[in-house]
Design a protein around this ligand. Structure first.
Ligand code: FAD
Length: 170
């Protein structure tokens, strides 16, 4: 079995895992992010991201990429009724200057994709397309995992880290 050692192994690269990889990568921590899918997941939901979250994304350098990707800045809330139509409109002023000070609306799949692409560009973050088949625990804490590459049949590999974090429900 091939072995690989990183400071942190993150299992699952959707919104939680990719965000974590950005956080760790921004602190210079060697991280292996393992995600089984090699394509974007498409769903029909959107998220609102508010200034406290946006400030964190800005620190990681992700926020300009979300704007470049087409995030919509929220400038107004409109209340509508099925029969009566538009009932009220409220302006939503920015809290200050800067990209992080105005709530944005983004499709959930694009948040995942932009976060994942950003994590992958960080020099100390490595992303692997593989299926984690086993999480090895000591007491209540995952200490390592085994994974199998998706593209071709390969020997399973053991991934160990100071921390192994599961960001998926598998
Ligand atoms: C219709 C809908 C609406 C929602 N609305 C809201 C909302 O308004 N507000 C809110 O806060 N939350 C909402 N949620 C919940 C929110 O979207 C989820 O809590 C969040 O997306 C979970 O993210 P995650 O990264 O933890 O897990 P997931 O998105 O489940 O990602 C897990 C990742 O791990 C990968 N993975 C799984 N198993 C393995 C394995 N063995 N090896 C390698 N990779 C693996 C998967 O491919 C996936 O990419 C909604 C959910 C749904 C379905």
């Amino acid at each position: 079995m091939k072995k690989h050692h990183e400071a942190v192994v993150v299992v699952g690269g959707a919104v939680a895992g990719s965000a974590l990889a950005n956080a760790l990568g921004s602190r210079g921590i060697r991280t292996l992010l393992i995600e089984r899918l090699d394509r974007e997941r498409h769903g029909a939901r959107g998220d609102l991201l508010h200034p406290p979250t946006l400030r964190i994304l800005d620190r990681w350098g992700v926020l300009p990429s979300l704007h470049a990707d087409g995030a919509l800045a929220l400038r107004e809330l409109a209340v509508t009724h099925a029969q009566r139509g538009l009932i009220a409109r409220y302006a939503t002023p920015a809290r200050g200057d800067g990209l992080a000070e105005r709530t944005i609306a983004v499709p959930h799949d694009r948040i995942e994709a932009v976060l994942a692409a950003h994590a992958e560009r960080k020099p100390n973050v490595r992303v692997e397309r593989a299926i984690v088949t086993t999480l090895v625990s000591a007491s209540t804490r995952a200490t390592s995992c085994t994974s199998r590459a998706k593209a071709r049949p390969t020997r399973p590999r053991r991934c160990t880290g100071t921390s192994t974090i599961s960001a998926c429900s598998a």
